[in-house]
Design a protein around this ligand. Structure first.
Ligand SMILES: [Zn+2]
Ligand SMILES: [Zn+2]
Length: 81
């Protein structure tokens, strides 16, 4: 059984997303030779420790913090005088 796992970050001209390479026969982990991203076929959208996933996580956390700050700001606003 061979399933193709595609890198979520690398796009090769004419081929779409770059197919990832199986790391070894006894693991279901795939690695992208282009950017180092790793993924499992059952969980293709999980984040790994590669630099691109880290920046995704950073952006997400930054956005999350901004939203929390906005909520706090709204909550701190006086609703009645
Ligand atoms: Zn890649
Ligand atoms: Zn990654």
């Amino acid at each position: 059984m061979s399933r193709e796992v595609l890198c979520r970050y690398c796009i090769t001209a004419g081929f779409g997303f770059r197919p990832m390479t199986k790391r070894s026969v006894d693991t279901e982990e795939y690695v992208c030779l282009g950017c180092g991203h790793r993924a499992q076929p059952d969980n293709p959208h999980s984040l790994c420790a590669c630099s691109r996933c880290e920046s995704v996580e950073r952006n997400f956390l930054a956005k999350f913090r901004n939203e929390v700050r906005t909520h706090e700001f709204v909550a701190a606003m006086p609703s009645k005088c």
